[in-house]
Every structure is written in C-alpha cells, then in structure tokens.
Design a binder for this molecule. Structure first.
Ligand SMILES: NC(=O)c1ccc[n+]([C@@H]2O[C@H](COP(=O)([O-])OP(=O)(O)OC[C@H]3O[C@@H](n4cnc5c(N)ncnc54)[C@H](O)[C@@H]3O)[C@@H](O)[C@H]2O)c1
Length: 363
C-alpha cells in the first residue's frame, strides 16, 4: 500500500490520499480508519451500485448502526441542484444526523455531487471520497472542489469541501468501460503538460502498456498524477491563482462540452480544449503542439470537433465560464511541455482563433 499525504496547509487540517491494493477485501477497516461513526451514507450512481454497492455496503455494515446505499441515475445530467436537494432530503428521511459520514463512491459526477451534499447537509458532515473512474482517481477526488451544473454552464455552483480521506483502489478500473478509461487519460496528459515534462515523456513512452491497462505501469502513472494534483492544490487550495493552471484545456473544453449537450465526454472535450489552447500558444512561440496531439490521438481522444459549432454561442459559454475574470478570459497556455503561463485573450483575437482552429481541423 502506498500513502500520499495531502497537507492542505492554509487550513488547520490535512488528509491523506491512500492508494491501496486490497480495498475490496478490507472495506470496513479502511472506511472506519478514515471516519469512525455508526452511520454511513454511501452515495453512488446506479452503475456503481449494481457492480459494487451490495458488496461494499455489506462489509461496512458489520458493526455500524446505519449503512444506506443511496443511488442516482449515472451521468452528467444528474449533476444539478435538484439532485443535491433530493439526495439531502433522502438522507433526512433515512434518519441520518450530523455525526454521519457520506461516502462518495464513483466517478467525478458522484464525487462532485456527493461532496456538495456533504458540505451542505446539516451544515456539513464528514466525507470520504472513493474514486472509481480514472478521471476521479487522478483529478476530481483530490482538492475538495464540489459542484453542479446550471443551464448557463458547467460547475458554476459549488463549494470547496475537503474529504477526510481519499481511498484509491486501482482495481476498480477493471470494470471501467474503455471510453471512460480513455476519458480519464485526457486528464492524465493534462497534468503532465502543465507540470512535469518527464511525466509526459514517461506517459508517451508507455502509451501502449497504459492502453492495455498494465497494472504496474498504471499504478505508477496514476500515483505520479495524483502527486502533481496534490502538489498544486496544496500550494493554492482556494484557486487564488496557481490552481487555475489545472484549467488547461477547460475553457474551450467546457464550452464545446456544453454545446454538444454533454454527448461529448469531459475528457474528450478537454482533449479538444488542449489542442485549441496549444494552437493559441503557438502565437506566443510554443512549438510542441504535435507531440501533445500525437499522444492524445494514441489514446484515441478526439482533438477536433466533428462539426463546426456556433462561434457566438461558444464565445458566450467561454465568457460565462468561471474561468473568466471581470469579463476577460485568461487562457492557460503551454510555454513548453511541463510549464504553462496565463494569457489574456480579447474577444476579437478569440473570434479569429476560433476561425483558424476550424480551418486547422478542416471543418
Ligand atoms: N471536482 C473536481 O476537481 C473535478 C475535476 C475534474 C472533473 N470533474 C468532474 O468530473 C466529472 C466527470 O467524471 P467522470 O468522467 O468520472 O464521470 P462519471 O462520474 O459520470 O463516470 C463516468 C461513467 O463511468 C461509470 N463508472 C465509473 N467508475 C466505474 C467503474 N469502476 N466501473 C464501471 N463503471 C464505472 C459511471 O457509472 C459513469 O457511467 C465531470 O462532471 C467533471 O466536471 C471535477
């Protein structure tokens, strides 16, 4: 077992990300070591409930007074205020009180949704994150961002709410569908581009084994990616500045994801967003776009939209995105692989870049 300690220094507590191999055999011990209580509410989407729900619930049940599995329909469409209210009300009806602990068992949607419920239920209860998708393991379970989508855009409502522990077990990936695995690889690539050139080279050099889900290589790559995310979050928990580099690829990515009515997976949209940002960075002298594109394509991620989206609506989405500050859009752009910078791009240049990106993509 490896343990990564994530110390969030700005606050007077810290928590650990534990990467464990034997989770499914020792669920109860891991959960109780993280939060000792006699009431656990496991929040999971319907897919995860079907595969893991009963096994995990039955194990935690031994010795606990109340353990309930609360499910919701899988997918981004569940990440909304109504669902937060429904889940919180369900918890009240089931008799959970302030001493309870919420276990967010699932992908990023579950983590964001259940995390938000934990932060508002009876003004905040203990939370354990147990990520089951690759994206959730390397990204969304770390750093305490919770959130839901509204009509105007993605993740526009939410809280910073740190879990007591993140328990990561790579064997959950055995049941993750291929498209979702590739989706998570987009965030793995993103972390390497923004922070660590040697990690990028390592990923590129092991791309075939990664695609085959070689457990030894995967564990190394996932652990390194978690370390990168943790390091960034530790330096800037509340996204004052540095943490914003995690938004690389997300400004265009979120806009296109919303315009596709969430038919595109988050990672697919981020892959296109990274391509969009790389091309924009070329205007500032960046010259490594092709290396990034090659790796994304190797991971079967789309780097171009399949059709031409309405530029006016894309721009509006980008301005509504929480990454814009006082009406200005700051893009996270690569200087070189492993290092990024912030660039303010005005509307006129952005329109022009949308046009040239469309030409590059041949649509
Ligand atoms: N909070 C943050 O810091 C942060 C960071 C990045 C992304 N996000 C959010 O994360 C979300 C995307 O996360 P996601 O890609 O994990 O989506 P998801 O939670 O919808 O999971 C994707 C699909 O995979 C299934 N699944 C997950 N684990 C599985 C497993 N082990 N076996 C079988 N099926 C499994 C789920 O049921 C779902 O159908 C987006 O809403 C995004 O905004 C949040």
């Amino acid at each position: 077992m490896s343990i990564l300690k994530v110390n969030l220094l700005p606050r007077d507590y810290s928590y650990q990300v534990e990467i464990v191999d034997d989770f499914l055999d020792n669920v109860r011990d891991y959960v109780r070591q993280a939060v000792k209580t006699d009431q656990y509410a496991i929040i999971a989407d319907e897919n995860i409930c079907k595969i893991y729900g009963a096994k995990i619930k039955n194990q935690i049940k031994k010795g606990a007074r109340k353990v309930e599995l609360i499910s919701f329909p899988a997918g981004e469409k569940s990440k909304n205020w109504e669902k937060v209210g429904e889940l919180a009300r369900k918890m009240i009806q089931l008799g959970f009180d302030r001493k309870c602990c919420i276990i967010a068992l699932g992908g990023g949607v579950t983590g964001d949704l259940a995390g938000l419920v934990a932060s508002v239920f009876l003004r905040g209860v203990a939370l354990i994150q147990i990520p089951t998708s690759l994206l959730a393991m390397v990204d969304s379970s770390i750093g305490g961002k919770t959130g839901v989508d509204v009509l105007e855009g993605k993740n526009l409502m939410g809280t910073f709410y740190q879990p007591r522990k993140v328990i990561t077990n790579i064997s959950f990936l055995d049941t993750l569908p291929e498209s979702e695995f590739l989706n998570g690889l987009a965030e793995v690539v993103k972390h390497s581009v923004i922070w660590d050139r040697s990690h990028f080279l390592n990923i590129a050099g092991n791309a075939r084994q990664i695609l085959k889900r070689d457990p030894i290589i995967l564990k190394k790559i996932i652990t390194k990616t978690i370390q990168i995310k943790a390091e960034i979050v530790m330096k800037d928990e509340q996204e004052a500045r540095l943490r914003r580099i995690l938004n690389f690829g997300h400004t265009f990515g979120h806009a296109i994801e919303a315009q596709s009515k969430y038919k595109l997976l988050h990672g697919q949209a981020v892959a296109m967003g990274m391509h969009f940002a790389c091309r924009l960075a070329e205007e500032f002298g960046f010259s490594e776009t092709e290396k990034i594109i090659r790796l994304l394509k190797q991971f079967k991620l789309p780097v171009c939209p399949d059709k031409n989206y309405d530029h006016g609506r894309l721009l509006k989405k980008m301005y509504n995105d929480k990454k814009s500050v006082r009406g200005k859009i700051y893009f996270v752009l690569p200087k070189k692989i492993g290092e990024v910078f912030f660039a303010e791009v005005d509307e006129c240049n952005l329109r022009e870049h949308l046009r040239s990106f469309q030409e590059t993509c041949g649509i």
